[in-house]
Design a protein around this ligand. Structure first.
Ligand code: 3EB
Length: 330
């Protein structure tokens, strides 16, 4: 939870958080604009484009054609590649991404360990040392039983790979299962020269305190992160988890309602204005494609005017059908 309330005021002297928007464009056109830190395409149909700032995310979007996601800063951007990692930086912000094929690493646990070790090693060479937000997309996330479930193996590998990389606290995060035919682990992050303020949700047990039943290694993430200029809240993957338990198993509508209550509580906890608006881009991860139309209809009613990208993705607990993440800009 955020400590002193004076910390919550906007700090206009710090570089503002990259603007996050969804738009219909080609990668070439999007990346040609000034200050583009990163651009993302979703699904198998998205174009291949040779720029370290361009990332194809292996999740199918229920919109066709799918818009791009674009991160834009008020400064010139430089970019490069280093071994399996690609990165870009500008205005005090850094984007970095890595993709590892499990057939080369020998499984998900090793892939997670290696991905986090490589990202951590790279971060130690940068001034943008505060990792504020991170996304993890994992093949067959719910495959395996008990401690052998692949998400739990991922959590083990992540914890083993991070080393001192999260010494100042966990970032906000998303971990979602993808359905790409190749067993690729994709991890990408947003970091800053200044530190953010992690925000927890009073309705939920902090993930790093989850009891043993959820795996040997508790997931290391914060429920949300106030960006250093206090102009935006990065919202972690949020589902119908109350306390530490999954609520409303099998009931899509009730899970979505509970998720929206969690989001309201998180905004209040961060001292952000209530509700979402046209500048608060969100993503919805839907387990069963057949539910997409109903989720879209419910979100249009519950979050009118909010840009929501609906993707086909698996939440890391089998019984959860829907997860939301995104941004709340002040
Ligand atoms: C939950 O509330 C849902 O392992 O990084 C959400 C966000 C979830 C991030 C992660 C997991 C992660 O526990 C799962």
């Amino acid at each position: 939870m955020v400590q002193a309330s004076e910390n919550l005021q906007a700090q206009p002297d710090l570089p503002r958080t990259p603007r996050v928007t969804y738009r219909m464009a080609t990668p070439a056109a999007a990346l040609a604009e000034p200050g583009i830190l990163a651009a993302f395409g979703f699904g198998a149909g998205t174009e291949d484009w040779d720029d370290p700032r361009w990332l194809r995310v292996p999740l199918e979007c229920f919109d066709a054609p799918a818009p791009l996601e674009v991160w834009q800063v008020d400064a010139p951007v430089v970019s490069g590649r280093q071994h399996k990692l690609r990165w870009s930086a500008g205005g005090g912000w850094l984007f970095a991404a890595i993709e590892l094929d499990e057939r080369e690493t020998g499984g998900i646990e090793a892939a997670a360990r290696q991905a986090y070790a490589e990202l951590g090693h790279f971060m130690r060479t940068r001034n943008e040392r505060h990792v504020l937000r991170i996304w993890n997309y994992i093949a067959d996330i719910n495959l395996g039983d008990g401690d052998a479930e692949r998400y739990k193996q991922f959590c083990n590998g992540r914890a083993a790979g991070v080393d001192d990389f999260f010494a100042n606290g966990f970032p906000a995060a998303t971990a979602i299962g993808h359905h790409h035919r190749e067993p690729v682990l994709q991890v990408y992050l947003l970091a800053c020269v200044d530190e953010g303020a992690a925000v927890e949700n009073p309705r939920q047990v902090s993930a790093w305190r989850y009891p043993r039943q959820y795996g040997r290694t508790s997931p290391g993430f914060a429920r949300g992160m106030l960006m250093p200029p206090r102009d935006a809240l990065a919202i972690s993957g949020t589902a119908a988890v109350v306390g530490h338990a999954s609520a409303h198993a099998g009931d899509l509508e009730a899970q979505l309602d509970e998720t929206l209550l969690n989001l309201q509580a998180l905004l209040a906890s961060a001292d952000m204005p209530a509700g979402f608006d046209t500048h608060s881009p969100m993503k919805g991860y839907v387990r069963h494609a057949v539910d997409a139309a109903r989720v879209r209809e419910m979100l249009q009613r519950r979050l009118p005017g909010v840009p929501v990208l609906l993707m086909h993705g698996d939440v890391c607990r089998q019984e959860l059908l829907i997860e939301l993440d995104g941004w709340r800009f002040r």
